[in-house]
Design a protein around this ligand. Sequence first.
Ligand code: SAM
Length: 220
Amino acid sequence: MRLRNIRGSQERILENPYTIQTDGTNGEDYKGLWRERIFQNSNPIHIEIGMGKGQFITQLAKENPNINFLGIEKYSSVLVRALDKRDALETDNLIFLRMDAENLTSYFAPDEIDKIYLNFSDPWPKDRHAKRRLTSTNFLALYDKILKKDGYLQFKTDNRPLFDFSLEQLEEAGWTQDEVSFDLHKNGPAPNNIMTEYEEKFYQLGNPICRFVAHRDMDN
Ligand code: SAM
């Protein structure tokens, strides 16, 4: 994603009641406390990592008021573009986090998360950067720590090499694939699917969209 520095992004994030600016050191204020302290209910928590401009998670939150959603984005200048969508939402079940996914285990306790969404994650095409891909075994190990034992990971991309790599990494890390599609919208827009900003763009271009849903083996 091309990044433009948007003036005042940090300030807008800090003053918005539905956003949290993490700095890598304030994890103890949140870890294990999301339901009790932040959402103040016992509903499941679903997170999207790398939410970009937030279309997907905002629509999910609107359609599922009994689930708590956290949209995680590394850059303030991107997250700020999701704020207007958040402002138009009339429910309390969506919070945005300015955070690098590398810090997930500082902010979430074991078993705290019910589902993780990754949408059109950066491909990092060079081999030497493979560990930075959000579906690498490095990141799967972090998801393993925060996801409930019966929790799910869902990934969508139009990047076939990244998708193939991700399926291999799942296998290496001992995850089970529940659903794999190499052309999700083959017969027109798939039912029960919310398109992300990137998905809309690539769908219009005719690129096949891949999706998997996976979970860990209970015995692992
Ligand atoms: N999910 C959106 C969509 O499908 O339209 C945006 C896709 S964009 C290609 C990838 C997004 O992931 C960018 O906004 C980027 O800043 C964010 N991102 C990349 N690495 C990240 C990380 N380590 N932690 C959090 N967000 C990250």
